[in-house]
Structure formats: structure tokens, C-alpha cells
Ligand binder design. Structure first.
Ligand SMILES: Cc1cc2nc3c(=O)[nH]c(=O)nc-3n(C[C@H](O)[C@H](O)[C@H](O)COP(=O)(O)OP(=O)(O)OC[C@H]3O[C@@H](n4cnc5c(N)ncnc54)[C@H](O)[C@@H]3O)c2cc1C
Ligand code: FES
Length: 283
């Protein structure tokens, strides 16, 4: 029987039934952020900046950014912050345990927008996680980009993510890495203090040639974008990753809607010029 009902049933199953992912590595990154490497049944096939819906049976589902670069294999890497019911339950899982994974979903970044340009990454806190999925392929094809700079900020030294990676990117990747904390809170720290906006006015910058990718808390976007525009960077050259509350991840429930856009489908990555008529997007 091939009725419309059975066709819809198949689409619903393909859209909403997760594949099983087996956890193969777990590591603490900070007191509240844990890294998970998961092997999936099928290749992930993602673009940088996309996300997956991660579920624990009987508890629920949450959108989580993919942190590995696109490789075409069955590996999914994530960093999950313990914040509520579901993320607490995920933190209790160990190697060998299983998670439900739907996706990848969302627009993501296109490398075509970055080739032959100077690239500035600006990450605030957990924003380094989705941004890493773009930084990795950019570094892999280093010769196809101009100057590359990463400004990475977080609250205090204990909250910095991917410390080893930041060291390696500083020494081996041909990238200028600026590491900042809001305050050292009396912890040892050999890098800078201040907000991620502060290095921008002092940077050597070709405003025509640069492309910027921003990931972090929404409050950061307004100030970073304003500072970039004062340097002559146009809204067409800025990409932002907008995270909103999500339920379905596939444009059905309306939870992530801002005016006429669905962050889960149209985003979470947007060219800033596409948001110019939607001031609520940065609130
Ligand atoms: C596209 C996207 C990508 C994301 N990527 C990651 C990621 O890589 N790593 C990660 O740790 N988290 C990420 N998040 C956030 C993550 O989805 C939430 O932290 C998670 O849903 C919380 O579920 P919970 O059941 O543990 O918390 P809940 O019990 O649902 O909530 C606990 C508290 O956190 C607040 N909260 C819940 N969700 C959010 C949210 N999205 N924004 C702000 N406050 C929230 C609630 O209001 C409540 O106060 C992402 C969200 C989106 C939309
Ligand atoms: S999360 Fe359901 S429409 Fe976007």
C-alpha cells in the first residue's frame, strides 16, 4: 500500500526517529563542560556550523552543535554544558553508553564564503564549539585563505575550552590566536584580559578582504558587529550563529521562530545582512 498516509508516515519516521550513537570517548573540559566522541550507525555528512538533536530515552532531546570538522565518517564530536535535566543525564553517561542522534540540521557555514579572504573568528564561551567545526577545515586548507585570526574569550581561565587545541593553533596553524578572559579571578593566566571586542580596533585589517564568523552569547554580537562596522566591515561580510530554544529542529514546531525566520532551518548561521530587517534577532 502506497497511500499518502504511508508516505507521510515514512517521512515522519525518517525525520524524527534518531539513529543510535555509541559513546567512545568522554573527557572533562571544564567543571561543567564535557567532551563526547560518538560513533554513529551512519555517516554524519555535516557542514560546519550545523547541529544535531541529542536524546536520552525517556528524558528528552536538545540541540547540540557539532564540533568536529566535516570528514564524511561516522564520528560526531560535541561539548555539552551541564545546565538542566537532560544535560545532567548526558553527563552521567560513560564510554559504551548510547545516545539518540537526529540530524545534522540547519544552514551551517559555506567554505565558499571564506576562500581567498582574510578570516576573523570571534568566539565567546561555548561559541568556540560550533566555530571549531569551521576552523578545522579552514586550517586543513590553510593555503586557500589570507590572514587568519581567532579571538576567543570566556569568563575566567577555568572556563576556557579546547586549551590544547588553542596552543596548537597558535604554534602550528599559521593563525593569530588572541585568548582573553573577562577576569583572571586570581587564577594563573598568561594571556590577555578584556572583552572580545577590544582587540578589533587595534587589528591590522583589510576591511574589504575580511570575512567574520561570530559564535557566542547574543549580547556579544551587538557590540562585536558595531565595532567591526566602525572598521568599515560590511554586514554582508559577517556571519552570526544564532541559537534559540528549539524543539523539533526541522521547522515544524515554531519554537525557534523570529518573525518570518526559523533559526533551526534558515539558521543557525546567518549572513548578518539577511537579518537587517529583524532587529529582534540579536536580542
Ligand atoms: C543550535 C543550538 C546549538 C546548541 N549547542 C550546544 C552545545 O554545543 N553545547 C551545549 O552544552 N549546549 C548547546 N545548546 C544549548 C542546549 O540545547 C541547552 O543547554 C539544552 O537544551 C538544555 O537542556 P536541559 O534539559 O539540560 O536544560 P533545561 O532543564 O531545559 O533548562 C535548564 C536551564 O537552562 C535554560 N536553557 C535551556 N535551554 C537553553 C538555551 N538554548 N539557551 C539558553 N538557556 C537555555 C532553561 O531556561 C533553564 O533555566 C545549543 C542550543 C541550540 C539552539
Ligand atoms: S525548532 Fe521547531 S521550528 Fe525550529
Amino acid at each position: 500500500m502506497n497511500t499518502a498516509a504511508s508516505r507521510y508516515d515514512r517521512i515522519a519516521r525518517e525525520t524524527f526517529i534518531p539513529q543510535i550513537g555509541k559513546i567512545v570517548e568522554v573527557a572533562d573540559m571544564t567543571a561543567k563542560d564535557r567532551f563526547f566522541r560518538v560513533v554513529l550507525e551512519n555517516p554524519l555528512g555535516h557542514r560546519p556550523g550545523q547541529f544535531v538533536m541529542v536524546s536520552v530515552l525517556g528524558l528528552g532531546e536538545a540541540p547540540i552543535s557539532i564540533s568536529n570538522g566535516p570528514t564524511g565518517d561516522n564520528i560526531l564530536e560535541m561539548v555539552i554544558r551541564r545546565i538542566g535535566r537532560l544535560t545532567r543525564a548526558i553527563h552521567e553517561l560513560n564510554v559504551g553508553d548510547e545516545l539518540g542522534i537526529r540530524g545534522p540540521y540547519g544552514s551551517g557555514f559555506s567554505l565558499d564564503d571564506f576562500y581567498d579572504r582574510d578570516v576573523l573568528f570571534v568566539a565567546g564561551g561555548l561559541g568556540l564549539v560550533p566555530l571549531r567545526s569551521l576552523i578545522v577545515p579552514v586550517i586543513a586548507e590553510r593555503g586557500r585563505f589570507g590572514d587568519i585570526t581567532l579571538i576567543s574569550g570566556c569568563r575566567n581561565p577555568a572556563e576556557e575550552l579546547y586549551r590544547d587545541q588553542l596552543e596548537r593553533w597558535t604554534t602550528d596553524a599559521g593563525m593569530d590566536v588572541i585568548r582573553l578572559v573577562d577576569s583572571t579571578e586570581n587564577m594563573p593566566w598568561k594571556f590577555g584580559t578584556g572583552l572580545v571586542t577590544e582587540p578589533i580596533p587595534k587589528m591590522t585589517m583589510d576591511a574589504e578582504k575580511i570575512v567574520v564568523a561570530l559564535c557566542g552569547p547574543p549580547v556579544m554580537y551587538k557590540f562585536v558587529i558595531k565595532t567591526l562596522m566602525l572598521r568599515g566591515v560590511k554586514d554582508t561580510q559577517i556571519f552570526v550563529d544564532l541559537e534559540r530554544r528549539m524543539k523539533c529542529g526541522v521547522g515544524k514546531c515554531g519554537h525557534c521562530q523570529i518573525n518570518n525566520i526559523y533559526c533551526c532551518q534558515d539558521g543557525p548561521v546567518f549572513r548578518f545582512s539577511d537579518l537587517s530587517a529583524i532587529p529582534e534577532a540579536l536580542q
